[in-house]
Write a new protein. Structure first.
Length: 401
């Protein structure tokens, strides 16, 4: 089981949810003289956040009204603590845009105000990479199609995103599969997933109805209390995704997402490595596909991959390893509805572990190849993740990645 260190968090007063765009009247500075800019409410005109400042999210911050939020490479965004109505989160609404483009040497980092990290750093000087639930997360919403229905069976083309109350307009879905929500590149999201009530947490990165015009590339999620990355419908294609120490599923799909995810790593989730769900309404547009991935199970994982019977998803060119000798819950409802491509799975059984049939229940023998530890010929290219805390702390190299 993971061990969690405790950190004292500064008390934050309850904040009314009113428009306050880049309010600099309450600026503070760090011990090293870096300006801390508080941001709350709705950003409804174009704004740019620069790497010479640290930006503090006080509650839910929405980008709306046709505005574009540009975040410069190397910028650090820290979120105030809070749960329920006071959980901090950055939400890109359907009529907002995000232009957060970091680089391999200067990623954009989203974290908690308990984190002493400053511009120019990637590894936190004080946080443990298993501290979860200290703020909300990042939510990107679009107008691409989703497959959903209500309790009466009525088909729905839009929904309110999970984790955000209906008092806030956080709807997603529509008819434009080519919708563009902007760019989110070389970004690291850490310590999120705060509880907003009744066991409902926010994912590290949530995408609702996000279209193919959007760029999601080189993203790290560290220590989120809920899922690392979750797709709700949409059609966006994503690349180079890493999830480390999340409290539930590593990668989670819902509502007929039909995009792709290529080159990805999941390390040590407390839930499933992948939870793949299909359409929730009549709409079924095809398949979503995961290719070139690696799952390091760790000691707390449930299923390696969990399909539903109607899941329209495939998993191809993947390396599985790192589970305990008594583990045997590897695969649930293999292949879903059979529409995806599931092939070229390599695995390493632990010494004295359960036999392959117990772990990879239902997986055809032709899809499976046993290899020695880290002798895999398929899986993720870990060289793409040098920008991450996981890589620079040595966590990836410690497991042979």
């Amino acid at each position: 089981m993971k061990k969690f260190k405790s950190f004292a968090l500064a008390a934050v007063a309850a904040l009314a949810f009113t428009a306050c765009e880049d309010d600099t009247t309450d600026n503070q500075t760090t011990d090293n003289g870096i300006n801390v800019v508080p941001v709350s409410g709705t950003i409804s005109s174009d704004a740019t956040w620069t790497k010479d400042n640290i930006y503090r999210l006080d509650g839910r911050v929405l980008v709306s009204g046709g505005a574009t939020l540009t975040i410069e490479a190397g910028t650090i965004v820290k979120a105030s603590p809070g749960s329920g109505a006071f959980a901090s989160a950055l939400i890109i609404t359907r009529d907002g845009m995000i232009n957060a483009v970091g680089t391999a040497s200067e990623p954009i980092i989203f974290t908690t105000i308990a984190d002493d990290i400053e511009p120019g750093q990637i590894v936190s000087p004080n946080m443990d990479p298993s501290n979860t639930g200290l703020w909300g997360g990042v939510i990107i919403l679009g107008e691409a199609q989703i497959s959903a229905s209500n309790d009466d069976g009525d088909q729905l083309s839009e929904l309110q995103i999970e984790g955000i109350p209906t008092s806030v307009d956080a709807r997603y879905g529509g008819t434009n599969d080519a919708d563009n929500s902007g760019s989110f590149v070389y970004c690291s999201i850490r310590h999120g997933g705060s509880n907003i009530g009744a066991g409902n947490e926010i994912n590290g990165l949530t995408m609702g109805g996000v279209g193919t015009g959007t760029t999601i590339d080189h993203v790290e999620i560290v220590a989120n209390a809920d899922d690392g990355v979750e797709w709700f419908g949409g059609s966006v294609n994503t690349t180079n995704m890493l999830v480390w120490n999340c409290g539930d599923d590593g990668l989670d799909t819902d509502q007929d997402w039909i995009g792709t995810c290529t080159n990805w790593i999941v390390v040590g989730p407390d839930g499933s490595g992948m939870e793949l769900d299909g359409p929730e309404g009549d709409l079924n547009r095809g398949t979503h596909q995961f290719t070139d991935g690696t799952i390091y199970a760790g000691s707390a994982i449930s299923d390696l991959v969990d399909w539903d019977g109607n899941t329209n998803a495939g998993v191809e060119n993947v390396y599985f390893f790192g589970w305990d000798a008594d583990y045997k819950d590897g695969i649930s409802s293999f292949g879903g509805d059979g529409s995806g491509t599931n092939a070229n799975w390599e695995y390493t059984l632990p010494a004295g572990g359960e036999p392959v049939d117990s772990v990879f229940t239902g997986v055809p023998a032709a899809a499976l190849t046993s290899v020695a530890a880290n002798a895999n010929t398929v899986g993720a290219n870990s060289a793409e993740f040098g920008f991450t805390w996981a890589a620079q702390s040595g966590a990836l190299s410690s497991i042979g990645l």
